[in-house]
Write a protein that binds this ligand. Structure first.
Ligand code: PLP
Length: 400
């Protein structure tokens, strides 16, 4: 038996998505830049996919840039703004300030650490014990020289949902004040919506964001394709030079089959959003309350309610997370400890630490993320095997 409870790490490609992609490998293989009919057929497929992504985000097709993944989208948005502004305003980059949160994905945090080497000043705002940022803290952190705020929509480890539209209101007010005092420096708002796309409202106008990053493999499209929404009128400096693809913002021949898959997948998850959210909320809450009831000294990480409908994350006292994941794997269940990207390292998750969880307890974390093919019987099976595994591990623990 194989029960997959690691949908936040990646998802299988939906068969329907795969079918729409298939012709674009060997039959409709054109280069979208070619002006002959084979090329134009591929161009139309890319254009159609762009329309689908734009529709899901309430954006215009010209505001969508296809990338290879969200890591690239985050790099493009953050470095693109930082270097565009520092090149235009012709002052040292140490004059510019960026705000983010301590629980962002490494594809944001490490980009900002890189920018710090160029002299940009970065504020890493803390989150509360529930993993949620205080809007008031953003307001206090904005300075005259702040050029960018990058806050993720939903966290990949603990699933907490940030108040993006409230943050956007605060940013809009700061912009108005800047305009009144005739200051020209832009203040841009970026969100990494990788984990949110399939469950939360991602209308960019309701959210009030200027950039939104996404990646296909988290919502049943293939790996290696992503997108970035860039609000019309917001300037960025391209981070990849070449043939001028994607309106010069991301050179490189388009990955046509995967872009077609991304378009199909976003259309499917957008259509199913409400129903799937309702279905998973029930399973998630059943899982949370059963673990709390059945397993002593189990602590739910993140907010109980303001979290994604597919995310459950617990820390178990005196349990080693890696051993737990390996034992579950032996029992036929795929889950993770920390995030997939950091589970190779033995460092406790920066997200759990930022929520005030001790390093020792954070080592005993388990993330269970549900998805399209998760059934009630999968949850029942997990709830049958998890308590004895925790018991066994605790008996072996030197701390017990
Ligand atoms: N942002 C978040 C919140 C993620 O969960 C991930 C992947 O785990 C990424 C960015 C990076 O996505 P990719 O590896 O597709 O670039």
């Amino acid at each position: 038996m194989e029960i997959y409870l690691d949908y936040a790490a990646t998802t299988p490609v939906d068969r329907k998505v795969f079918k729409t992609m298939e012709p674009y490998f060997s039959e409709k293989y054109g280069n979208p830049s070619s002006i002959h009919s084979v090329g134009q057929e591929a161009k139309k497929a890319v254009d159609d996919a762009r329309v689908k992504v734009a529709k899901a985000l309430g954006a215009s097709p010209e505001e969508i840039v296809f990338t290879s993944c969200a890591t690239e989208s985050n790099n493009l948005a953050i470095k693109g703004v930082a270097f565009d502004i520092s090149s235009k305003f012709k002052v040292q980059s140490s004059k510019f300030h960026i705000i983010t949160s301590a629980i962002e994905h490494h594809s944001v945090l490490h980009v900002l650490e890189y920018l710090e080497k160029f002299g940009f000043e970065v504020t890493y705002l803390p989150v509360g014990k529930n993993g949620i940022i205080k809007v008031e803290d953003i307001k206090k952190a904005i300075k005259d020289n702040t050029i960018l705020v990058s806050i993720m929509y939903a966290n990949n480890e603990i699933g907490t949902v940030q108040p993006i539209s409230n943050i956007a209101d605060v940013i809009a007010k700061s912009r108005e004040q800047r305009a009144k005092s005739k200051k020209k420096l832009p203040l841009i708002f970026h969100t990494d919506a990788v984990q949110a796309i399939q469950y939360l409202d991602c209308d960019v106008n309701k959210l009030g964001v200027d950039f939104l990053s996404l990646t296909g493999h988290k919502f049943y499209a293939p790996k290696g394709v992503g997108g970035l929404y860039i609000r019309k009128g917001v300037d960025i400096l391209p981070q990849q030079q070449g043939g001028g693809h994607e309106r010069g913002l991301r050179s490189g021949t388009e990955n046509v089959p995967s872009i077609v898959g991304l378009g199909e997948a976003i259309e499917l998850v957008t259509a199913d959003k409400r129903q799937e959210t309702r279905r998973l909320l029930k399973l998630r809450d059943q899982l949370i309350s059963s673990i709390l009831k059945e397993i002593p000294e189990a602590f739910l990480s993140g907010d109980k309610y303001k979290r994604l409908p597919n995310n459950v994350n617990f820390c178990f006292k005196n349990v080693e997370g890696e051993s737990l994941v390996l034992k579950l794997s032996k029992a036929g269940i795929a889950a993770s400890t920390g995030s997939a990207c950091t589970s190779a390292s033995l460092e406790p998750s920066h997200v759990l630490l930022a929520c005030g969880i001790s390093p020792k307890l954070a080592h005993g974390s388990l993330r269970l993320t549900l998805g399209k093919w998760t059934k009630e019987k999968d949850i029942d099976y997990l709830l049958k095997v998890l308590p004895p595994i925790i018991n066994d591990l605790r008996k072996m623990s030197p701390f017990n």
